[in-house]
Design a protein around this ligand. Structure first.
Ligand SMILES: [Mg+2]
Length: 170
């Protein structure tokens, strides 16, 4: 079985737009501090798998092809560092939909575990929202949160992305 580092997108891979959505490559800003984390994880044999809620599509503020363009741009930005996300899982359902795929529900993670033959106990989910850790816990993977959280919220907590690397076996 394989192992994966699951990654939230907004606030982890790219700068979050508070109260809005990244609708085009012009609005996509790669967070440089994630690069060494991805390189380290890749070197340790982790697949890199994106797990992202994008209800901007469900709200009609952007289309799935807009989202595909953003993700192609994300991959090209990562390629400049010799990186590529192996698989991308997106949930475009609205927060009000009670979707089993939308974080904090574990649906996307469970799909990813099954489809990529992963050992959940060896996987990590790195995010910046409590809902990321909730989804991770529900799927049986270890959790790492960036931000101002309390120790009970995740297995690893660090105030910044740059500090995540030093805290774990990631
Ligand atoms: Mg986030």
């Amino acid at each position: 079985m394989k192992k994966a580092l699951f990654l939230d997108r907004d606030g982890i891979i790219n700068k979050r737009i508070i109260g809005g959505y990244v609708r085009s490559p012009l609005e996509f800003e790669l967070l440089p501090d994630v690069v060494p984390i991805l390189l380290s994880a890749r070197q340790r044999g982790y697949l890199l798998i994106l797990i992202t809620n994008q209800q901007g599509v469900g709200k009609g503020l952007m289309t799935t092809s807009d989202l595909d363009v953003v993700h192609e741009f994300m991959q090209s930005e990562l390629a400049a560092h010799g990186l590529r996300l192996d698989v991308i899982y997106v949930c475009t359902d609205l927060a009000t939909s009670n979707s089993p795929r939308r974080k904090p529900a574990p649906g996307m993670l469970l799909e990813a575990i099954a489809e990529n033959n992963l050992d959940a106990a060896q996987c990590w989910f790195l995010g910046d929202s409590l809902t990321d850790a909730q989804a991770g816990k529900a799927a049986g993977v270890r959790t790492a949160l960036v931000g101002d959280f309390s120790a009970k919220d995740a297995d690893i907590i660090a105030p910044t992305l740059a500090l995540i690397l030093g805290t774990s076996a990631l």
